[in-house]
Design a protein around this ligand. Structure first.
Ligand SMILES: *[C@@H]1O[C@H](CO)[C@@H](O)[C@H](O)[C@H]1NC(C)=O
Ligand SMILES: *[C@@H]1O[C@H](CO)[C@@H](O)[C@H](O)[C@H]1NC(C)=O
Ligand SMILES: *[C@@H]1O[C@H](CO)[C@@H](O)[C@H](O)[C@H]1NC(C)=O
Ligand SMILES: *[C@@H]1O[C@H](CO)[C@@H](O)[C@H](O)[C@H]1NC(C)=O
Ligand SMILES: *[C@@H]1O[C@H](CO)[C@@H](O)[C@H](O)[C@H]1NC(C)=O
Ligand SMILES: *[C@@H]1O[C@H](CO)[C@@H](O)[C@H](O)[C@H]1NC(C)=O
Length: 439
């Protein structure tokens, strides 16, 4: 038996009618082959008494698409125009394709010829998956300004594979809100937000391989956000900071900004030399009082913000109190008029029995720290450096009102009365001397 090559193609093409429900079928083994694998298009349901097979690539029986003709009796294989050198027909009609490439994907047709010169056809399909190489992630800018710039990322790959995205290593959910084009290749987000700074990657995948791009790190510059001034060491009410005389305090300018902002400070509108986030006020004095302003400027966003605080020197004597110890003095015993919260910047003080006039002066403290007696001194009064007054061996003539007058280094004068008895319900503000308990 010798058939012309290829056998009767013209007749077959012109006389071809759709076959009756074929018993023949073709199955690719493996079903989802990867590039480089060997594939068999396995033929099942072949009738007996066959003479020859023809394998075609494509969807039509055309001589141009003929891969191989095979004559069974002599196992003769004749290549056609579509033969690539990697195909071989087995005696059972199956087609082996070595080292498949994605271009091998498509339809295949097996045509059989029996001894009565009847033909039959069967269709098979092959899909060869590419072994994917990493895509290239391209950004048209990696340093962005919040609410101004757009993220624009392109996942560049020659493959037709599916694409998915990763942000800081986590899958980015799919959705139009994320600014992905329908083919997932381009990610665009306008008015970038600070939370969107991070590492982006794209990945191509198919059933046999997956490959991820190198990360592209996006920086988002933002701020400064609301600027405030904080401090710890001094007392603060609202926008006013009170610092005691000679106290030190540090003002901190606080904001959120990327990158760190540039700081400038001013006092009462005049530039101050601090260029960091903090400003130190050492040894508070009156001339350091005023409005301190911090301006934080972000060089990348070109935005700035400011905050101001009023720093005042506190009136330290306002917290001064005089407490007799013991609180119910007894005749014949001692009492200390204990002064709490006296001014830290005390220069001198004077105690008076009665109002603060010279004849009533009991004693005064000198800048040296020693005290000297005044006109009203009885010999039983002693002054201490902390302003307290000791009165020894009380007698009833000591009953009365006592006045303390303080003068600070700043020249500030303050007078205070003994508040006795200490409970304001009692009408008298006098030091009352009790008779000894034994009487
Ligand atoms: C494919 O078949 C060829 C020849 O039969 C063999 O040398 C090769 O190792 C096979 N490749 C794979 C991936 O099995
Ligand atoms: C990035 O691409 C977007 C969209 O094409 C464009 O609007 C934007 O100006 C580009 N940015 C830069 C820095 O080139
Ligand atoms: C991007 O960020 C990641 C994680 O922070 C880091 O490992 C990587 O080196 C960065 N890449 C570049 C190009 O800066
Ligand atoms: C001010 O404080 C400094 C350091 O705390 C101290 O040495 C100095 O004596 C103080 N001056 C006055 C007047 O209190
Ligand atoms: C003031 O000094 C005297 C003598 O050192 C002491 O007894 C008294 O407790 C002091 N008072 C206060 C309020 O510190
Ligand atoms: C109370 O003390 C003053 C001054 O030390 C003294 O002159 C007076 O006699 C005393 N009075 C009594 C009742 O002890």
């Amino acid at each position: 038996l010798a058939l012309p090559f290829p056998f009767l193609p013209a007749l077959l093409l012109s006389a071809w009618i759709p076959p009756a429900p074929a018993l023949l079928n073709i199955l690719a083994i493996p079903e989802e082959p990867a590039q480089g694998e060997n594939v068999t298009l396995l033929v099942r349901g072949l009738p007996g008494e066959l003479v020859a097979y023809n394998w075609y690539r494509g969807t039509s029986l055309s001589q141009a698409h003929l891969i191989l003709s095979y004559i069974i009796s002599i196992a003769d294989e004749t290549p056609g125009p579509a033969y690539t050198g990697r195909e071989a027909v087995r005696p059972d009609g199956s087609l082996d394709i070595r080292d498949v490439v994605p271009e091998d994907s498509g339809s295949y047709i097996l045509q059989t010829l029996n001894q009565r010169f009847e033909t039959d056809v069967a269709y098979g399909h092959l899909l060869v998956y590419e072994i994917l190489s990493p895509p290239l992630l391209l950004a048209n800018g990696t340093k962005l300004v919040e609410r101004r710039d757009a993220i624009h990322l392109l996942c560049s790959t020659p493959s037709m594979a599916d694409i998915r995205w990763f942000f800081n290593g986590e899958p980015l959910p799919i959705g139009s809100r994320l600014g992905l084009t329908p083919d997932n290749r381009v990610l665009v987000r306008h008015n970038v937000r600070r939370e969107e700074a991070g590492s982006y990657q794209c990945e191509v995948w198919n059933p046999v391989s997956v490959s991820r791009s190198d990360p592209v790190n996006l920086t988002v510059y933002y701020g400064p956000d609301r600027v405030t001034i904080v401090q710890e060491s001094a007392f603060r009410t609202g926008c006013t900071v009170e610092a005691e005389f000679n106290a030190s305090l540090i003002l901190w300018c606080v904001t959120r900004s990327c990158p760190d902002p540039e700081y400038t400070w001013s006092l009462n509108g005049r530039p101050h030399d601090s260029t960091t986030s903090s400003l130190s006020i050492n040894r508070m004095t009156k001339d350091k009082e005023g409005t301190y302003t911090c301006i934080a400027k972000n060089p990348m966003t070109e935005l700035s913000g400011s905050a101001s605080v009023l720093v005042k020197m506190s009136v330290a004597t306002s917290a001064t109190t005089i407490v007799p110890i013991p609180s119910k003095p007894t005749e014949g015993k001692d009492v200390i008029l204990s002064v709490q919260g006296y001014p830290k910047d005390l220069l001198v003080y004077a105690w008076y029995r009665g109002t603060a006039s010279e004849p009533n002066r009991l004693l005064s403290q000198l800048p040296s720290g020693n005290w000297i007696a005044g006109p009203a001194h009885t010999g039983r009064e002693i002054g201490f450096a902390n302003c307290s007054l000791l009165i020894q061996k009380l007698n009833l003539t000591d009953t009365g009102r006592y006045t303390l007058k303080t003068v600070t280094l700043q020249g500030k004068t303050e007078t205070l009365d003994v508040q006795l008895p200490p409970h304001p319900m009692e009408s008298s503000l006098r030091l009352r001397i009790m008779p000894p308990f034994s009487k």
